[in-house]
Design a binder for this molecule. Structure first.
Ligand code: CA
Length: 237
């Protein structure tokens, strides 16, 4: 693994130079642009792909949301992590960013050390995901707290033996574990359990999460509610 390359898209000069200088100090290679048009151009023309994008939401012209959507659609960049930086702090704004494809978000003003920690976490996760695909056996057993899930047999074992989960609970649990602490919005969770003609609503997702938590007992606390946005697995246990 060589030096990680980061593309930073931020129109506020002070914030851009602060982020850039901090990341340079930490040994990253940073390209920075102050608008979305240049970002899209660079994403497409670069010979060496970026390892991570830091994208400000509010930009003149092409917005951060449009950049996220583009990155997710474009073949060579669709699995590259995106950290969205935004002055918009309402849950519905954050949901829009996550649904557009951002992996994580940071609301302004933020502590530069928190930004650095998020960048590192996203890079670690994407490196792990990359190496897992080379080793399919590493995927078969997933763990959360004292529970282990065998994805070959779809059986879940808790501290007192096997526990039966509904298919939706099982799918939600696996998706949350696979996201490794990334917040999944209700819309994303709906897509995961949507199957057949019955229209899944956000309310149904919440009900399944409720059922899931009950079965997890003491480990229920590992499924964290992000108010107004969705759910994530707490990874710092
Ligand atoms: Ca801005």
């Amino acid at each position: 693994m060589g030096t990680n390359r980061i593309l930073l898209v931020e129109d506020e000069e002070d914030i851009r130079s602060l982020i850039k200088s901090q990341l340079l100090v930490k040994g990253f290679e940073v390209s920075d642009v102050d608008n979305g048009e240049d970002a899209l151009e660079l994403i497409q023309s670069t010979k060496q792909p970026f390892d991570l994008y830091i994208v400000d939401w509010m930009l003149p012209g092409v917005t951060g949301i449009e950049i996220c959507k583009f990155i997710r659609m474009y073949r060579t960049t669709k699995s590259t992590p995106i950290l969205m930086v935004t002055a918009l702090t309402r849950p519905e704004n954050i949901v829009e960013g996550l649904d557009a494809g951002a992996d994580d978000y940071l609301t302004k003003p933020f502590d530069i050390n928190v930004l650095y920690a998020r960048v590192k976490a996203l890079l670690r996760r994407s490196e792990r995901v990359g190496s897992k695909s080379e080793n399919p056996n590493a995927k078969n057993i997933k763990k959360i707290g004292s529970f282990s899930i065998d994805t070959d047999t779809c059986k879940i074992k808790g501290p007192d033996g096997e526990v039966s989960f509904t298919l939706s609970e099982y799918k939600l649990l696996v998706a949350l574990i696979d996201s490794e602490g990334k917040v999944l919005t209700r819309k994303q969770l709906i897509e995961i359990i949507q199957d057949g003609p019955v229209h899944v609503t956000a309310r149904i997702v919440d009900t399944h999460i409720f059922g899931l938590r009950k079965k997890l007992g003491e480990d229920a606390k590992l499924i964290e509610t992000i108010r107004g946005i969705g759910y994530r697995v707490c990874t710092d246990y």
